[in-house]
Ligand binder design. Sequence first.
Ligand SMILES: NC(=O)c1ccc[n+]([C@@H]2O[C@H](COP(=O)([O-])OP(=O)(O)OC[C@H]3O[C@@H](n4cnc5c(N)ncnc54)[C@H](OP(=O)(O)O)[C@@H]3O)[C@@H](O)[C@H]2O)c1
Length: 259
Amino acid sequence: MNKKKVFIVGGTQGIGLAVAHEYARVGCDVAIVGRNTTDLAAAADALRVHGGKVVPIACDAMDPDAAEACVAECVSEAGLGHIDVALMNVGGATPLSSVTASAKDILHVMDLNYATLVHFFVPVTAHMRERGGGVFAHTNSIAGHAGMPLSAHYSASKAAGRVFFEGARVELREHNVRLVTLCPGFVQTRAHEKGEVPTPFILSPEAAAKKMVRAIERERREVSFPWQLATASWLGRVMPKALLEPILARSTPKLPHAT
Ligand SMILES: NC(=O)c1ccc[n+]([C@@H]2O[C@H](COP(=O)([O-])OP(=O)(O)OC[C@H]3O[C@@H](n4cnc5c(N)ncnc54)[C@H](OP(=O)(O)O)[C@@H]3O)[C@@H](O)[C@H]2O)c1
């Protein structure tokens, strides 16, 4: 994987920054994208320690035109020149009660996790098709396999990305563009600072990044980890819902602001 050109959208914090370090450490050039320019500059400085080229790009992934301009900047001569590997990592959600949530709150999470993926999918895969191939990975989630209480909005938005990749993967095959869906369980980032929900088997961003880079480099179609949560999720999907729902209801905490 030496000297690959790696583009990470949402690469200034948490999981995305840890993945950027994994690639930069082995000699790859990386472009990282985020909105906060202070975080962007700090992340770029930390990545430059590894010796490769680092291209920080400020962009709001919610804006499709900005996403297109961001990809153009990344593949320009001043940027990386081209992209071998892209990771679309923007996303997340705070726990939300489906009983009290507004339509706006629910749809904002769909935009953050799904629309942002699509905004980059179109220009990046076009670039990869022109070049004869590449790998486009998405940080999805184990939550994207099934709806979970307090995460119904998030599960739906990640499921959309997973299912989109299932179809698009087949179409992009003949263009040698590989789509990789990465489904982590809990990862210790700012997303869990408030500790609102239990986080069993939580991984450090570094541990998650190692698993993600291995999966990307092996061009795995879909990978879920850690195995304990992947197995629990699978069991939940095959178990009769009449048995599962009371168990989930008993184990779901009440949010302070939920009625
Ligand atoms: N943490 C977990 O337990 C966990 C588990 C499974 C899956 N995931 C998924 O992993 C991904 C990363 O999660 P994380 O916990 O590492 O998040 P994080 O620490 O909050 O980092 C998110 C990154 O995305 C950037 N970003 C956010 N909104 C953006 C926007 N509109 N435009 C451009 N950049 C934006 C952030 O920079 P700026 O804020 O400066 O823009 C930051 O670099 C998400 O897709 C999340 O759903 C997380």
